[in-house]
Write a protein that binds this ligand. Sequence first.
Ligand SMILES: C[S@@+](CC[C@H](N)C(=O)[O-])C[C@H]1O[C@@H](n2cnc3c(N)ncnc32)[C@H](O)[C@@H]1O
Length: 236
Amino acid sequence: MSLSGGLLWHGRAWLSRALWQQTCEQISDWLHQVQPHSKELLLIGASAGWMMPNGWLQGFEKVTTWDIDPMAARLFRWRHAAALQASGTQLRCQTGDALASLANLLPAHPKACILFDNVLGQYRFHCRDVAHAAEEIARIVATVRGREWGSLHDTFSGPAQSLLPSGVIPPMHSSIRGPQSDAAADQTQLARLGAKGKWLDHLTASVFDTGTRVHHIAWPYQTHYWHCLQAGWVKN
Ligand SMILES: C[S@@+](CC[C@H](N)C(=O)[O-])C[C@H]1O[C@@H](n2cnc3c(N)ncnc32)[C@H](O)[C@@H]1O
């Protein structure tokens, strides 16, 4: 149904569980470093939570997921509801365009923190005018200013060598956002992956303000096609 979700995404996520396992572990490590103040989570672009660890969700009293994909709510419940019931975490799964309706959604969850869960990097595929995608992403992020929020998103994706001979993906590393450190972090990641050919810019360079600590995670989306993920959390 779409370039970043739907049947294609679910099929790929299911078949790629082994290939993505180390990336999921690094995402889990990052999330467990995040100790949110809020006890309520608004999870945007949740899909079925293929890359989302139960343990982190269980720390919340209430989790509300949003995804535009009509299959996502049922699949998210299938994958996570039992664990959340065990921890006494209330779960609500909603279907709709959460990015377009964010300004209306937030007042309904005044105490929730927000996680954009691998959704902002796909925005350029959903945007009618790619030339304005970066501005639109900035507008979305401006909506959550003053709240506790985080994002995991693609920065670049493209062809690279297959899994490293050791079978181990590069370790997560962190940097402080700034023009020079961003360029250095990108170069480090691309060199580690043996990047070649043309890479796609996912237009997320300015999601986080300068000075924010960000984490860089490698994702072998396909054996010869990698994504560089960036993750960060903002406590206000
Ligand atoms: C790469 S997938 C996210 C994966 C997910 N976080 C996981 O762990 O499985 C991106 C998701 O964002 C959803 N999405 C895209 N645009 C959206 C929007 N405007 N509102 C809500 N969800 C959206 C897609 O349907 C898709 O499920």
